[in-house]
Each structure stands twice: as structure tokens, then as C-alpha cells.
Design a protein around this ligand. Structure first.
Ligand SMILES: [Zn+2]
Length: 429
């Protein structure tokens, strides 16, 4: 039995939480007994859930493993992550998703839910065995070719139809491939000045519009990965106004960073630390994404944690890999972009980083409100802390963060997975 003393649930009045056998047994004041942990007035949130994590195992254990990636997740306050399918081999069979699921059970510092590929080998030619992955021990409900777009409309339609049988969802990486051939950064004023091939907003928006129409046509669930443009927000708002079952995510970096960092930043011009897919966009896009996350048009924050080894990032811009790590900074960036700006309170953060992603992923036992009888998945967060981001202190195997040297608000103090601390006093247990 553990009693966590002096926390503020969703930023409310001070309270104590008694945890017994992995469950919240009691919430009240002056609780005692068992092991006592001082919460120090931290904000208590339901354990965070990430719908979009690249754990890289199997195949790229030089970048991340299930063990290091879930350590990174726990440090960031997460109690569950969805592991993307673009591994090697690709997670496109029951065998591979069960392998990842088992690695999660054995080595995970949080729950690991494998995402299944939509198409065999992410090649966009033939549907993967979606039903077998859904029926496997991993009980896959989220399917995505993330990193690649399912651009064939017939295949996308079939995938949407297929997942209805088991209440699954297709999570689309919306990127029209022909419109983004050779694209290096957001298409706009900055790409023009730098002479880099532009990545037009329409390449994202055209796919999102098509997929919303397809999802409505077949009566299925669509989830849009990493929305990055103001136009995408408008299309999703329109789809939701029709009552269609469309959900969307935004990454922390798209809520904070803009494309002019490619030209001028504290780490110089053309620094590939800012190279990411979809690309960083403009200030107007960032403002639209923040407003959409606040008003519910965008449902959740998802990290798109994309670890890469140094040699794949510290090279010339055109050759560098796309992606950023994000698990250990997500909550701080969301505080900076959404809470400090008055757009969200802690209840709103909990909804968008725990309850809603758990619901979209159809997870049971995650994302529940902190109340008596709920599984004790709890994140304690001190929003008054100020931390300079030091990648060398990351639990992730990779260091490719765009926030190095920046001072961000907040600090994850502790994380509990079904009552068991995975992080205490900011350190892995
Ligand atoms: Zn993606």
C-alpha cells in the first residue's frame, strides 16, 4: 500500500491518494498508512497515453529499443504508448505485433500497444493481415503505415471497411507522395529564400479531405496523424460538423516551433534537428493548431517520438533523417504552448493526453479519471519547475531534440503504472 501525500488532482485542492493493489483505493485528506510518498503539491494527472511512438524495435535498436523507449515514456509521465509499425521487419503480421507486445510485457516501463501496418511492408500495394493482428495477443486496434501515406484510395477504402469488424481505426500519415517528391521543408517564403524543395500544405490537406470523405462513405473510423496546417484544421472541423467519426492529433513540436528555425536558430541555419515529417510550418499554422486543440477540433497531443542515432541526424540537411524525440519533453512543451497561454487547464491537458488517446486506441485500464476504483496510473507533475533541456540526461537512446538548451516549464516528478512507481523524484525506479 502506498499513500501519495499532498497532490492537486488536475490542479485542484490538495489531497492524498491511497493506492492498494494497483488501484486507487481512496482519495481524501490526512490519509496515512503503508509507504508514504510526498507529492509536494504536484499536479496529479491520469497517466499519459501516447498514440504515436516509434520504439524502433525490432530492427533499429541502435536508435531505440522497447526498453529505452518506454523508460523515456515513463520519464515523460506516460503509462502507455502505441508503438508504430515501421520497424524492420514491419509490424504487418500477427507474429511481429506479438513480438513487440511481448517485449513490452517483459521490458516495458509502461504498457506497449503495437500499431499494425495497413499494407504489407508499408508498400501501399496489398492490405496486411489486419484481422489476424486484431485477433492476436496484441489485440491491435490502431493501424497505420506511418512514415508513408496510404495514398491509393481503393486500399484506404478497403482498410477503413475492414477495421469496422473489430472497432479498429486507420491512422493516416497524410502526405500526397507526388506533391512531396524531394520535399525538404515547408513550402513557403523561407523555403524559397533557402532554395530548398517545398512541402506544400495542400499535400497534407488533400489526403485528409479525401480520407474524411472515404471514412464517411463507408461509416468507419479515421484518425489523422500529426496535423500540421491551418487548412487541415478547417477540413477536420468541417468533417466533425457532419458528425463523421474523425479524430486528429497534433505533436508538441508543431504547437511550438516554426519553419523559420531552418533559416535562423540558436543552432544555426540548415540544422537538421528541425527536419521533421510533416515539416515545421508557419506561425499562423501554429496558432491555428493551438486553437484547434483548445476547441476540440484536434482531439489529442501525440508525440511522434522519432529517435535517430547521431550519424543519421548530424549530417547535411538534405541527407538527414526526419524526426525528433519527444516523450520526455511533451508535457513541458504542452504547458508552454497551451497552459501558460491560457488555452488549456490541467483537466483539458488530461483529456487530450490521457483520456482521449486511450479512447481512440480502445485501451481499457488507461486514461481513466483519478477516482476511487480506477487503476492507479498517475503522473505527478510540478508546473512551477523550470528545466534546461539536456539531451544527455534523456532515458531515450537518441538525442535528437530541437529543445536542447531551451528552458521549458515543468517537470515530471513521479509516474505510477498500476500503483507501481516507474519514476520517483524525476528518476527512473
Ligand atoms: Zn508520420
Amino acid at each position: 500500500m502506498i499513500v501519495v501525500k499532498n497532490v492537486r488532482i488536475l490542479g485542484g485542492e490538495p489531497a492524498d491518494i491511497r493506492i492498494d493493489q494497483g488501484v486507487i483505493a481512496e482519495i481524501g485528506q490526512g490519509l496515512s498508512g503503508g509507504e508514504e510518498i510526498d507529492g509536494g503539491g504536484a499536479v496529479a494527472l491520469p497517466g499519459l497515453v501516447d498514440l504515436h511512438t516509434h520504439l524502433r524495435e525490432p530492427g533499429r535498436e541502435d536508435a531505440e529499443t522497447v526498453q529505452t523507449g518506454t523508460r523515456s515514456a515513463a520519464r515523460g509521465g506516460y503509462t502507455a504508448v502505441h508503438a508504430m509499425a515501421n520497424t524492420s521487419p514491419v509490424a504487418d503480421t500477427a507474429g511481429v505485433v506479438e513480438q513487440v507486445w511481448r517485449l513490452g510485457r517483459e521490458f516495458g516501463h509502461c504498457d506497449v500497444h503495437p500499431v499494425g501496418a495497413v499494407t504489407v511492408g508499408l508498400e501501399g500495394r496489398q492490405l496486411a493481415e489486419l484481422g489476424a493482428m486484431a485477433d492476436s495477443a496484441a489485440r491491435v486496434r490502431v493501424f497505420s503505415d506511418d512514415g508513408r501515406c496510404v495514398d491509393d484510395a481503393v486500399l484506404m477504402r478497403r482498410a477503413l471497411e475492414y477495421v469496422k469488424a473489430f472497432d479498429g481505426v486507420v491512422a493516416q500519415h497524410a502526405q500526397e507522395p507526388r506533391l512531396t517528391q524531394g520535399a525538404q521543408m515547408n513550402e513557403g517564403v523561407v523555403s524559397g529564400r533557402l532554395g530548398l524543395t517545398g512541402w506544400p500544405a495542400v499535400a497534407e490537406e488533400a489526403i485528409i479531405a479525401r480520407d474524411c470523405l472515404l471514412a464517411a462513405h463507408v461509416g468507419s473510423r479515421l484518425h489523422v496523424c500529426h496535423v500540421s496546417t491551418a487548412g487541415s484544421v478547417e477540413i477536420i472541423r468541417w468533417a466533425k460538423s457532419k458528425g463523421w467519426d474523425v479524430t486528429a492529433e497534433v505533436t508538441p513540436h508543431h504547437l511550438l516551433l516554426t519553419d523559420d528555425l531552418v533559416e535562423d536558430s540558436p543552432v544555426g541555419a540548415y540544422n537538421p534537428i528541425y527536419k521533421v515529417n510533416p515539416p515545421l510550418r508557419t506561425r499562423a499554422d501554429v496558432e491555428a493548431l493551438r486553437a484547434a486543440l483548445a476547441d476540440g477540433t484536434i482531439d489529442i497531443v501525440a508525440t511522434d517520438h522519432a529517435p535517430h542515432p547521431v550519424e543519421d541526424k548530424e549530417t547535411e540537411w538534405s541527407a538527414a533523417a526526419m524526426g525528433m524525440v519527444g516523450l520526455e519533453t511533451a508535457l513541458s512543451v504542452v504547458q508552454e504552448a497551451m497552459v501558460e497561454t491560457g488555452l488549456l487547464d490541467w483537466a483539458g491537458v488530461a483529456q487530450r493526453m490521457s483520456a482521449a488517446p486511450a479512447r481512440i486506441g480502445r485501451l481499457s485500464g488507461q486514461g481513466q479519471p483519478l477516482e476511487q476504483g480506477a487503476p492507479a496510473n498517475i503522473t505527478l507533475y510540478d508546473p512551477s519547475a523550470r528545466t534546461e533541456v539536456d539531451p544527455s540526461a534523456f532515458a531515450s537512446k537518441s538525442r535528437n531534440t530541437p529543445y536542447e538548451g531551451m528552458t521549458l516549464p515543468g517537470r515530471v516528478v513521479a509516474t505510477f503504472l498500476r500503483g507501481r512507481p516507474t519514476v520517483l523524484e524525476g528518476k527512473l525506479v
